[in-house]
Design a protein around this ligand. Sequence first.
Ligand code: IPE
Ligand code: IPE
Ligand code: MG
Length: 261
Amino acid sequence: MVRLPFLSSTRAVPEALKVPRHIAIIMDGNGRWARKRLMPRVAGHAKGVDSLRDVIRSCLDRGVEYLTVFAFSSENWRRPKDEVSFLMQLFVKSLKAEIDRIHRNEIRLRVVGDLAPFDDALVSLIRDGEALTAGNSRMNLTICANYGGRWDIMQAVGKMIAASGDAGRTFSEEDLAPHLALSFSPEPDLFIRTGGEQRISNFMLWQLAYSELYFTDKLWPEFGEAALGEAIASYQGRERRFGRTSEQLVSDKPDTASDHA
Ligand code: IPE
Ligand code: IPE
Ligand code: MG
């Protein structure tokens, strides 16, 4: 069995940390932000890059170890062609503009998702950025692009079966987990969705099992340092029970609680 670097929240009780180790964000509301200002939707995407830069900086300052953001979903291909192509160009432009700053700040960049439909030029920019920053360990920035939670589970199942070499056997959570696209990171402590919608939209279906969910009406281009602080403060007020009772939290040390599968 391949061992993961982090505990699974359904197999053992993880430590509830004061500062979330991993923050996952659905950056939503760019189009509405622009429309409110009588600008084309894509102007909101461009502005959204500034919010992301702010949030990365703020996570660095706070000692967050993993930041995972949803940039383009497997369903976003359903959007008008012009918007999709603007988003692709923005990805290229932003990667070119930001990669040195990312590297200087000792951030390791990963892009997770099915990259097959992307232009070769974008894929090589992504691979170059990942290679350049592969040795960094201050923070892990993961951009989910052409990503879907179901895509991930299905690609992982395929790899798991191939790795087993035995079509007849049964599989456990531990067999599947190392093959998921985000197996390098712990499960998110805090999930944030901007833009007012209260749904997951096929983001990190597996990994969000016990994340604290935070929804805000703020549109992504309005989100920044202060708003992130509010989200983290809300997280800090939550009681993370992972299936246990409140009473147990007082008496149990998280890492000593046992699980009976
Ligand atoms: C999120 O903002 C960015 C992407 C999905 C690429 P939207 O573009 O979904 O903005 P709204 O939800 O239409 O306002
Ligand atoms: C989710 O936002 C995907 C990203 C932010 C990349 P959407 O705007 O695509 O989600 P729905 O369509 O409102 O569920
Ligand atoms: Mg949206």
